[in-house]
Design a protein around this ligand. Structure first.
Ligand SMILES: Nc1ncnc2c1ncn2[C@@H]1O[C@H](COP(=O)(O)OP(=O)(O)O)[C@@H](O)[C@H]1O
Ligand SMILES: [Mg+2]
Length: 267
């Protein structure tokens, strides 16, 4: 690994890295550390130099956020250590969460866009009680962030991982805002609250407690249904619907056209 960060890599090495990764997003390649209990999040080595400069900024932001949050909170993974040589060597060593991402778990462990029938069935079989626990844990985690003046900015089940007891932990603060600093990221379409033109000024993504709460709403929907709102529409189409104020009907959005379980009236 060290060689790759320092000296570049071949195509074969890139495939090898992708095959052995724990995860990858917009900001970081997440690789298992040799101890098996931790992961290293570092810039994606094949991104252009310019883009890597932005990734380094985001990783530094993430380190700053971890330092501003409680180090042993049940809704967070622990930052075990980090590197920053003031130049290009910036990485975070994080506690590894063994059960992977929530969005993948909701579709039977599928880590690409088309779950098999078997994976879908496994996802559907997740008990309502478990979904309710995750719903509460998301809200609890977000309240904790806001209490520490952190706006997540990219709140979604893809940025939530499960620990050995299937408890939910929030991750990915690489674009988050701290004490009013401009966020360095935006939510993806199903979690993105349409902004006014003023809120979209260059250099500020317009992320706020309110936009995080919108993203929480979409995430609650996702955890109940197994998919994000308006799945499988393209992101552009989702944006247009939100702009028009069109949201899925909660009375029919559940499995097989049923009402979402948490919206059903109790007798
Ligand atoms: N502590 C962790 N334990 C297990 N998997 C993780 C952990 N941190 C990140 N991942 C995996 O790596 C992916 C990318 O990490 P993330 O922090 O979201 O980076 P990005 O900012 O690039 O989206 C996650 O979606 C998840 O699959
Ligand atoms: Mg992410």
């Amino acid at each position: 690994m060290d060689k790759i960060w320092r000296e570049g890599f071949t195509k074969d090495e890139m495939f090898e890295l992708l095959l052995s990764r724990v995860g990858i997003g917009q900001t970081g390649l997440v690789m298992a550390e040799p101890d098996g209990n931790s992961v290293r999040k570092a810039p994606i080595p094949w991104h252009s130099d310019n883009y890597q400069v932005f990734e380094l900024k985001q990783l530094r932001r993430e380190i700053e956020i971890y330092h501003a949050l409680p180090s042993e909170h049940p809704r967070l993974v622990r930052l075990l250590s980090y590197t920053d040589d003031g130049q290009r060597d910036v990485s975070l060593i994080l506690e590894r969460m063994p059960q992977g991402r929530l969005d993948e778990y909701l579709v039977g462990g599928c880590n690409h866009t088309k779950p098999s029938e078997e994976q879908l069935a496994r996802g559907r079989a997740i008990p309502l009680r478990q979904r309710c626990s995750w719903a509460l844990e998301m809200a609890d985690g977000l309240a904790m962030l806001h209490a520490h003046e952190v706006v997540h900015g990219d709140f979604k089940p893809e940025n939530m991982v499960l620990d050995s007891r299937f408890r939910l932990r929030l991750i990915d603060f690489s674009g988050s805002s701290l004490r009013g600093s401009p966020a360095l990221t935006l939510e993806s379409a199903p979690y993105y609250m349409p902004r006014t033109a003023d809120a979209r000024i260059v250099g500020d993504m317009g992320c706020s407690v309110t936009t995080d709460l919108f993203a929480l709403g979409s995430s609650l929907f996702h955890v109940e249904v197994g998919f994000a709102p308006w799945h499988p529409l393209r992101h552009r189409d989702v944006e247009e619907r939100y702009e028009r104020g069109e949201f899925p009907d909660l009375q029919t959005a559940g499995l097989d056209g049923a009402a979402l379980p948490l919206t059903r009236s109790r007798r």
